[in-house]
Every structure is written in C-alpha cells, then in structure tokens.
Design a protein around this ligand. Sequence first.
Ligand SMILES: [Zn+2]
Length: 127
Amino acid sequence: MSAGLARRGRETTRSGKLVIWKCRRCAALLAPLTGCCPSCGAGTLEPIASAGAGVIVSYRVVDRTQDPVCGEPCPSVMAIVALDEGPWVYSWIDGDVPVRSERPVRVRFRSAQPGERFPVFAPRDPD
Ligand SMILES: [Zn+2]
C-alpha cells in the first residue's frame, strides 16, 4: 500500500465519520481506499463524509484466531457493503450473521487501540 493510500485509510475514520472520496473532475463518489478515479482517471479526490448506511452485497464467515480476552475462537463476518451513496466497501460485520443479504446496515466504530478506531457495520432496522 502506498503512503497515500495508508493516509487515506487513516482518514477513513476521521472525525468519527466514514470518509469516502469525491472526484474533483467528474464528481464520481469512490470507496475509501481508492487511489484515483476509475471513471476519468483523475487523482484529485476530496474527502466527504458518508452517512454510513448501506446494504450487504455479499459476506463470508471468516474463522479467526483465539480471542486473547475471552479465549474463544472468534468467527467473524467479512462483507462487501454497498453504501447508499454508491461506493462499495469491505468491512467487518458486528452482531448476527445477516439472514438476508439485502438487510440494511449502518457503520459504527470500534477501538483497536487508544486513539485508533476502525469501521464495522451492524444490522439496522429498515427506515
Ligand atoms: Zn473522475
């Protein structure tokens, strides 16, 4: 990952918001770790805050190593979430495995270390 993309990854959670990108040339909305606009090729992107709501496009249960706190294996769900704004993001899913793939989800933030937070999505009630 380039330094630019690493910086954009950190900016993903800036100010407690999920940050996506808007192309300054063609106004396309792009996923958080996008390096340049796939529509027009421009590299000038500006960060905008996503509402953090979307639907699960696809997901997979991933077996992870033992949790050092609870001591139990922690299967987790990795999903592709289509944000309401359009971009698709890869993220962990918090809570129950969704029964229906079109179930709406909303972003929330978890702390990995003090001062660092990462986005996860959790099921939400339909509006
Ligand atoms: Zn563009």
